[in-house]
Design a protein around this ligand. Structure first.
Ligand code: DHB
Length: 492
């Protein structure tokens, strides 16, 4: 049993430097945030600008008023150890914890269990730390819904110690990319939802509230049970897939391209999955800003599709005006994404008039074979996410269960729900404040998926700052300055 009392005297003063950036901070590290942890990864770090302890302010914030920025390192639904202040291995700039300290936030980084907890693995994904998991003595306790349970437990730890921890515990902002973006969306959507209570009890989480102030989500890979249909709705006409595998090398992460073609059987499955999508969208009852219904006809065309493409058009328009991706994010933008060279976009006097949707999809290319998420071989990250300590992997759609090549079974409906933020919007203390980004060239999930999340939130009265930054692939943390400006506007 761990004591959940924060000790304000247990810290080290550290300095992190990179080029012109330097920050001296108090590091409260390796704090176990639940009384009965199932894994060594369940610890959190709290970082505070040292200047706050001599009564100084940064950006108008002080020791007790600073928002608490809460980044996670979950990628690929794998374990995400608590971030440490340092350098981002992808862009070799200060990581989000470092940037947040420079900006005057308190930073809380929680270590989160994942599908590889209790297993040895070398896999890694965008947003992750790339550290090899060597721990194989533990149970596989990190499968669904562990990631959100751990985040909630860490949030509860902060509230439990509201008087003694640095920062304002009513201003917690979660941030993550990809599966970590899904985790951030879950934290935002499911505040105080009673459905997680038994899991929180099992790890001895503090009995406190776990709602948050704001959620920042980069390319959240979520709504998994509808992601396969959404994927084929967008990519059915594209038979060639272009995967990217990440491997760690001594020089840092390496990307290895894998190209393949859908088999005849997969093309048939693609058509069936695409055909499932309109019924799902139509049942959501989504509306645009003018109250017009967003629907799809059987052939996949309709106002919802126009609405999705309107975000692509807005992205292209912004890039045409600012060239922001080309200028500021040239290292990250997909080669060939230069806005001046997109033949499928019709401009009239520098205004986007029309985008040929099929040609845009061809341009960004299909990444995954069919089904994209619920693999018939049970070999996708998401299949593992729905496994547990006894069963390695499960399906999470009736479709894949029916077509399973390995006689796979499907996870419980309740478990699938616990991993889907869209199911909780407005059903509990969903946060009011959302910022969602998904690169316009990101093919890890269909752009319909973040559009659905955004629209569901907006339709229920939540505030969403949503954009598809031009030319960007599956990635996150590329516009922290804008993210922090958004947080400051809300917090002040
Ligand atoms: C991630 C990427 C994926 O394509 C996926 O299916 C799940 C997770 C990720 O980068 O976290």
């Amino acid at each position: 049993m761990y004591d959940l009392t924060f000790d304000p005297e247990r810290y080290e003063v550290k300095t992190c430097e990179l080029g012109n950036w330097s920050i001296t901070y108090r590091a409260f590290e390796h704090i176990v945030y639940c009384a009965n942890p199932a894994s060594k990864v369940q610890t959190l770090n709290i970082y505070v600008p040292e200047e706050y302890y001599s009564g100084k302010t940064i950006n108008g914030y002080s020791l007790k008023t600073a928002p608490i920025f809460t980044p996670n390192t979950v990628g690929g639904y794998m374990e995400g150890p608590a971030m440490e202040v340092g350098i981002d291995q992808f862009n070799h700039k200060p990581n989000s914890a470092f940037e947040a300290l420079l900006h005057g936030y308190v930073v809380m980084c929680a270590g989160i269990r994942g599908r590889n907890t209790g297993m040895q693995s070398k896999e890694f994904f965008v947003g992750g730390t790339g550290k090899e998991n060597k721990e194989n003595q533990e149970k596989r306790s990190g499968r669904a819904p562990a990631l959100i349970v751990d985040m909630k437990a860490a949030i509860r730890y902060m509230r439990h110690n509201a008087k003694t921890v640095p920062g304002d515990v009513e201003k917690i902002i979660t941030n993550g990319t990809s599966a970590g973006g899904a985790l951030s969306a879950l934290a935002g959507a499911t505040g105080n939802a009673k459905e997680y209570e038994p899991y929180l009890k099992a790890i001895g989480a503090a009995e406190e509230k776990d709602d948050i102030f704001a959620a920042s989500c980069y390319c959240p890979i979520h709504n998994l049970e509808h992601a396969d249909a959404a994927y084929e709705w967008l990519f059915k006409k594209e038979p060639i897939f272009h995967m990217m595998k990440f491997e760690m090398s001594p020089e840092g992460p390496k990307m290895i391209p894998v190209v393949g073609e859908l088999s005849e059987e997969q093309k048939k499955l693609s058509a069936e999955l695409k055909a499932e999508f309109p019924a799902y969208v139509n049942a959501l009852g989504l509306k645009d800003e003018n109250g017009e219904e967003l629907t799809l006809e059987e052939n996949g065309e309709g106002t919802f599709k126009d609405y999705v493409m309107s975000f692509v058009a807005a992205s292209a328009q912004k890039e045409k005006e600012t060239h922001d991706s080309k200028v500021r994010l040239s290292d990250l933008a997909v080669p060939g994404s230069d806005i001046e060279k997109q033949g499928y976009i019709t401009f009239e006097e520098n205004q986007v008039k029309k985008i040929d949707a099929d040609a845009y999809v061809k341009k960004i290319t299909r990444m995954k074979p069919t089904p994209a998420f619920d693999a018939l071989s049970l070999e996708s990250p998401e299949n593992e996410e729905f496994g547990d300590d006894e069963v390695m992997a499960r399906h999470f759609t009736e479709f894949a269960e029916k077509h399973s090549k390995v006689n796979g079974t499907k996870a419980d409906d309740q478990m699938i729900k616990l991993l889907n933020p869209t199911k909780f919007i407005g059903e509990c203390d969903t946060t009011k404040n959302w910022r969602i980004r998904h690169g316009a060239f990101d093919r890890d999930t269909s752009i319909a998926i973040p559009v659905i999340l955004t629209t569901m939130l907006k339709n229920k009265g939540y505030d969403v700052d949503f954009a598809l930054p031009w030319g960007l692939p599956h990635s996150g943390d590329y516009d922290l300055e804008e993210l922090f400006a958004w947080i400051d506007k809300l917090a002040k």
